[in-house]
Write a protein that binds this ligand. Sequence first.
Ligand code: ADP
Length: 466
Amino acid sequence: MKLLFAAAEAFPFVKTGGLADMAHALPKALVKEGVAVETLLPLYRFVDRARFGIEPLGEGLTLEFGGKRFEVALFGCRYEGVRHTFLYEPTLCERDHPYGLGGDYPDNDLRFAIFCHAIAALATRRNADLVHLNDWHTALAALLMRDQGVAARSLFTIHNLAYQGLFEAATLKRCGIAPTHFTMEELEFYGRVNWMKGGIAYADRVTTVSPTYAQEIQTPEFGCGLEGFLRKHAAKLTGILNGIDTDLFDPAADAALPARYRVGAMGGKGRCKAAYLEEAGLKHSGWPLFIFIGRFVEQKGVDWLVEAAPKLAKMPMNLAILGEGEARWHGLLEAAAGCYDNIHLTFGYDEGLSHRMYAAADFLLMPSRFEPCGLNQMIAMRYGALPVAHSVGGLRDTVHETEARCGRGILFDTPDVSALLAAVERALSLYEKRRRYAAWRRFNMACDFSIAQTAKRYADLYRELA
Ligand code: ADP
């Protein structure tokens, strides 16, 4: 079986969030499942070609649509056993960010249309049996493949329904999409064009990154206006729990850490915490360390965090925040960190620092309003930090407060700040019960959150489809 796996980002070449983690880890795990996979990724100008040995493949694609012609050059490399093919076309790739700095690039429709047309063309050229598409950037490839009579079947994964790829109707012509698709059953969405709808309507199967999220998005609370459309296509929708690359996230072997540790030999974790507290200038070394790592957007509950900060500042805890995102939240978090000596903020994106923080932490705060899957909580559990999380989406599937199922942590149900604060209080009292806290930590570190489980489920689905 020949599989093409297309995504707008993949670690370690380019990463803005969980999509990149999955686009790296799943193909790698699929190779171990015996699936012949080739990833398709844009070769943005900031991708480090020399570091990864990305070389021209000596082949290209000529795409013609919207009255224009686009020459796409193909590049490739092998990384951790996976064959990666990179697509270079200036409109798509000559940027400083995959989607836009401080806002979306206005021509993202054209940019990702080039990507989608190229994916459809490569499906034929590579004689693929299956094309796995991820998020709205690749969604239109499912429609194009159908229109062009491409033999390969398609699977579309929704990583986050909040980002749908919405554009004005004029986008159709410019992106080479037949105007006949502008119907309620296909791309039309309140007078605009919705790319995500195209993926849902045209892919042979649709998945989300956790079982709970697959259910939630069929309700008005989480469906972002697509709940009815998703219910209509429910027969082909499944939730497959995402997982982490346990080679990359391994406290026993992580080169980014000042000390390494494992269950039964936890001394290194104490050293990681001491080193981080020193680095961050957090003085209360006897208090538990809570961390928050993520995008500063409402989805992640960053507004609740801002509102809770004055109360958190009075509790016997340290809070360290790492992230970037909307300027208003950055400003408010910076003000909180400036006021309180037990709150520390690092603004930016820093892979190495994130690893050091997971290793240092006693608890991970994850008050997401909604969470398609969430990887942070799985990474945190592997590094021996207990999640304190809102019980939604993938958090509900991976963290359990009362049952002895895989993944222990503190959950809150009511979506508000007082429920978050009450959960933090529960975490603090758990921390006091040192033996119980240590037992939960050990239990979590031994849990299997690896992407290997996810890959098995996908391999079955591919076989069923192909
Ligand atoms: P998202 O909704 O952003 O995709 P996920 O929980 O699925 O969230 O994945 C987030 C991934 O990005 C995790 O690997 C997390 O550690 C990482 N991450 C998020 N923000 C940062 C940051 N500022 N610096 C380093 N890593 C980050």
